[in-house]
Write a protein that binds this ligand. Sequence first.
Ligand code: NDP
Length: 338
Amino acid sequence: NKQVILKHYVTGYLNESDMELKNSTIKLDAPKGSNVVVLKNLYLSCDPYMRTRMKKIEGSYIDSFTAGSPITGYGVAKVLESGDSNFEKGDLVWGMTGWEEYSIVTPTQSTLFKIHDKDVPLSYYTGILGMPGMTAYIGFYEICSPKMGETVYISAASGAVGQLVGQFAKMLGCYVVGSAGSKEKVDLLKSKFGFDEAFNYKEEHDLNAALKRYFPDGIDIYFENVGGKMLDAVLVNMKLHGRIAVCGMISQYNLETTEGVHNLFCLITKRIRMEGFIVFDHYHLYPKYLEMIIPQIKDGKIAYIEDVAEGLENAPNALVGLFSGRNVGKQVVMISRE
Ligand code: NDP
């Protein structure tokens, strides 16, 4: 069983050399009543939060990985054996699994989901039909309280989550602007995902001025994926009674000490509601989300871009790439097609 091991806890920027590929033996056995399920992993999801699990953390919403053990994360898999009556041999599933060819997991209601609709690319269950899709859905519709015609700004906008938030906001009749880190991504935001405007934040010396250019009357909704300087620039450009959904702060994940935010006083003066959320508190809404999103995919009303690396041996490199913006769209690792 080929596995990707976290060699040690990581300080500073994540490198491929913080992980290593190892071989181990595994007994693919799941006795009846044991509650364990044996999975053959097909697709793995590279997600920014995984970096935060690579440091020793206490009192967070999720535990650190164990140094010296295989990395775990979201993926799509096939059930080979099941001691859990909710799953059967041959089922396709998505949820928490290991960065390895085969995994033995003990599922709970919010860690492993049966895939019913196979009429879409299976890899979508790592993205639009999985955790990032739910993140965009909950973050936008539940946390942002959006209204038609409002102005919406999304950072890391071409990624797994951002590309969806932008399209949801456009469907609602909002004015939508996104930022991303390359010309290719900026072009995609406008031509593929229908954003009204987009800009390359790496080319802007003054983020405040850039935001003023696109939002002369201010921002109603900010979907925060980045944190740091970006958040500071947004705060001064928010409208009265604006809302900020704090989804992630990827610019901070590789820092030992997070940057200070200086403009929080704007929360008071502008009566802003800024709210963080964790997607897995909302998985009870997953069936409702699927009802909405699957027809939109099949009718071609929503686009989704993936960046697929092939082979478990390329998974560490794909994960590292998230932090320099190498991925264009949802970063997936394909291990096996079936
Ligand atoms: P992406 O697919 O967007 O990949 C990450 C992207 O972030 C990169 O491609 C890069 O794009 C950008 N980025 C990397 N480093 C920086 C930096 N220092 N400054 C600005 N941008 C940077 O990831 P996801 O869509 O999966 O995740 C987006 C955010 O949502 C993350 O912060 C993540 O942690 C969060 N999240 C939160 C969840 C929750 O439950 N709250 C659940 C899922 C995700 P670019 O080229 O544009 O710089």
